[in-house]
Design a protein around this ligand. Structure first.
Ligand SMILES: NC(=O)CC[C@H](N)C(=O)O
Length: 375
């Protein structure tokens, strides 16, 4: 093991050992409170540009398998853990986390007091930082960290989106067709739709409105994804056309923020964001509280009480996070369009919110016979 350093942009330094690849990396330092699901976290494209610290102290216990990848590769730009498992143990495990990080050239650091780091980020906010196991020169790394771009204004859609459209076939009888715009989609999302009889056409982020309507979809979906939602001008313009045509819409995470922008709402950066699989969200339609999976650093700015005007008639906030009242869901009242900021596909995570995929199916079915709203 090699000595390694973690340097935050405000000058705080942590010392530990190399984990994964030897080298140097810079990104936004964020923390995830997930007690499990590290393989899904690592391969979630929404983490592009970020170095993720795990608050769970033991990471790597179940190794890495070939089934739980949420996309084709690891996307985090660095990984911070307290105590990596020395022994991996699971019947599906194919290799160790350490080896996988090294094979995919992901620089990590272990032996870090992740509780102290998390408290620091909670008080001062997510910030830029760097890990180096190539050199332990703090000043040299700090200079690079403070010169690096910040997450505000960052766009990574071109890195993560699919080059070409691919189709995830419906399981069983095909009932509906959905155009799913890939802003960094996780593999579980089309699977959750396919299980409900939807044929999912996963399309690049650069897809135009005409290319969407060419497949005559029953609904349009926009996925989660990395970066600042303020940079999503093309997909926001496309979504406006979708809404003008009253095609049913469902968005998750970045897809919720794009929906907010299409409704003329603003987005803003949270102090340290929500990442983990234990976040309480209230569905304001039913009053029910769900425990949900999150990964977001930005949020939509909308009034929680009452309705607000949009270019498509009245809209309202449908879900809020009970920890901090952040907007977690939006809907139009007069047409079939809604979105959530969190992850009903929940890989990994609790499945409390899976009903939202059923809501999307219901909206598409209703709207093939009428054009009403449905929430
Ligand atoms: N998972 C996501 O889609 C995240 C959306 C956006 N990048 C954010 O951090 O808020």
């Amino acid at each position: 093991m090699t000595d390694a350093i973690l340097v935050l942009e405000d000058g705080r330094v942590f010392r530990g050992e190399s984990f994964g690849a030897i080298g140097e990396t810079i990104g936004e330092i964020v923390f995830s409170t997930g007690m499990t699901g590290y393989q899904e976290t690592l391969t979630d494209p929404s983490y592009k540009g970020q170095i993720v610290a795990m608050t769970a102290p033991h990471v790597g216990n179940t190794g890495i398998n070939d089934e739980d990848f949420e996309s084709r590769r690891i996307w985090v730009d660095g990984y911070i853990v307290r105590d990596p498992a020395r022994v991996r143990s699971n019947w599906r495990s194919n290799r160790s986390l350490d080896d996988e990080l090294a094979a995919q050239d992901v620089v990590g650091i272990s032996g870090i007091d992740t509780r102290a780091l998390t408290r620091h980020l909670r008080e001062r906010g997510a910030m830029r930082g760097g890990i180096s196991s190539a050199s332990t020169n703090v000043d040299a790394l700090l200079a690079k960290v403070t010169a690096a771009p910040s997450m505000k204004g960052a766009s990574f859609l071109a890195d993560v989106t699919t080059d070409e459209t691919y189709v995830v076939p419906a399981v069983g009888d095909k009932r509906l067709t959905v155009a799913a715009i890939d802003l960094g989609i996780k593999g579980m999302t089309p699977r959750r739709m396919a299980e409900r009889g939807i044929e999912v056409h996963v399309m690049p982020a650069t897809t135009t409105y005409d290319e969407i309507t060419a497949i005559s979809p029953d609904g349009v979906f926009m996925s989660n994804g990395p970066g600042d939602p303020a940079t999503t001008d093309h997909v926001t313009a496309v979504l406006k056309q979708v809404l003008e045509a009253r095609i049913p819409y469902f968005g998750i995470c970045l897809g919720n923020q794009v929906f907010g922008r299409a409704l003329d709402l603003g987005t803003y950066k949270l102090v340290y964001g929500h990442r983990g699989i234990n976040q309480p969200v209230q569905d304001l339609t039913t009053g029910k509280v769900e425990i949900t999976a999150h990964n977001h650093g930005f949020a939509v700015d909308a009034p929680i009480e009452g309705t607000f005007e949009t270019p498509y008639g009245p809209g309202r906030v449908t879900h809020v996070c009970l920890n901090d009242n952040v907007v977690e869901g939006l809907a139009l009242l007069d047409q079939p369009a809604f979105s959530v900021q969190y992850h009903p596909e929940a890989a990994a995570g609790p499945h409390d919110a899976a009903y939202l995929f059923d809501r999307f199916v219901d909206l598409m079915q209703v709207s093939t016979s009428s054009t009403g709203g449905g929430l």
